[in-house]
Design a protein around this ligand. Sequence first.
Ligand SMILES: Cc1ncc(COP(=O)(O)O)c(C=O)c1O
Length: 375
Amino acid sequence: MNNKLTRRQWLRRGSAAAALAITPHSLPSLMGPPAPKAHNDTVNGFVRLSANENPYGPSKAAREAMLGAFDEACRYPYAGAGGDLAKLIAEKEGVTPEHIVIGCGSGEILRMAGVTYGLNGGEIVAADPAYLGLTRYAETFGAYTHKVPLDEYMVHDLDAMYERISPHVKLVFICNPNNPTGTSVDPAKLRDFATSASNKAVMFIDEAYIELMDDMAANTMTDLVKKDLNVIVSRTFSKIFGMAGQRIGYAITRPDIAKRIQEYRMGMPNVVGLRGAMASLNDTEFQAYSRKMIAEGRQYVYDLCDELGFSYTPSTTNFVFFHTGKPIQALQKAMQKENVLIGRPFPPYLDWCRISIGTRENMEAFGTALRKVMV
Ligand SMILES: Cc1ncc(COP(=O)(O)O)c(C=O)c1O
């Protein structure tokens, strides 16, 4: 973090960062967009900007693969599709298929790990606020979570988290980039932290939004898995790939950890979704398109915030966290009356709002509603 920036300047910095972020991905495809159409429709009459979905997916290639998978839908996924996706991911990541766990969304990966390490009084260290999928589930099995507030820049406070790792702590959860703040941790600092902390507890690094970063290779922590450290990295086909409804996610981790967490598997991913995920994984054209459209949507939110005088964090995800100064529950209700769904409250930032990036049309509906309710 550049110490010369004031917190306010830093919060507003997202605007410039996003403008730059668009540049490398701005080349329009000569073939037209690699997705047939964006999902502009309302859901039950609402513009849905509350769940960090990506309306630009699934890609053309994924749709074709899913249509072609209907015949195979009579087979259980372990008969072929599940193993085939694991092999493809392993090849891409330079690990063995035994390093890969496929889940019903990365949500299931988070829950498997939460139970594995949270049972029998296992303690967890997590930032607050961060995504709750792992810690909440583990807590229902008796786990205790040490919640460590984000720092003043709304970034994981790694030093404070390190201090909380007692011998009772079995897992440390890092959400990078973080949901709901959209912020990410400096990769060199995270690598150092994870290398030391993984001697004391399993490091779980949730990379649900990592493909949306400009430099995913520099930010992912999969190299630590390859060094055989106690590290689990989770990813998903729900975000950049726009396949949230298909429920496919995965973990990359040491084979012994992979085996252990799978003992708590609850379901099996569907064959059609698995084939769609396989067609998406190496579809770099669609990923660039998705990244570009989402960067444009973020810029729309930054511009709107600048117009309305709201600060916001620099986001590398498909959502933006911004400060309206209005209690979020009241804002949610007011926006709902305008048929727009926005993010839930994220204590302690109760006058901040998380908005997911939808289509241009969705974002304009959101902008019109926000201008109306904020007067
Ligand atoms: C940080 C993070 N991790 C994991 C998930 C779970 O996503 P999925 O189960 O669709 O892979 C989400 C969903 O929004 C998320 O924000």
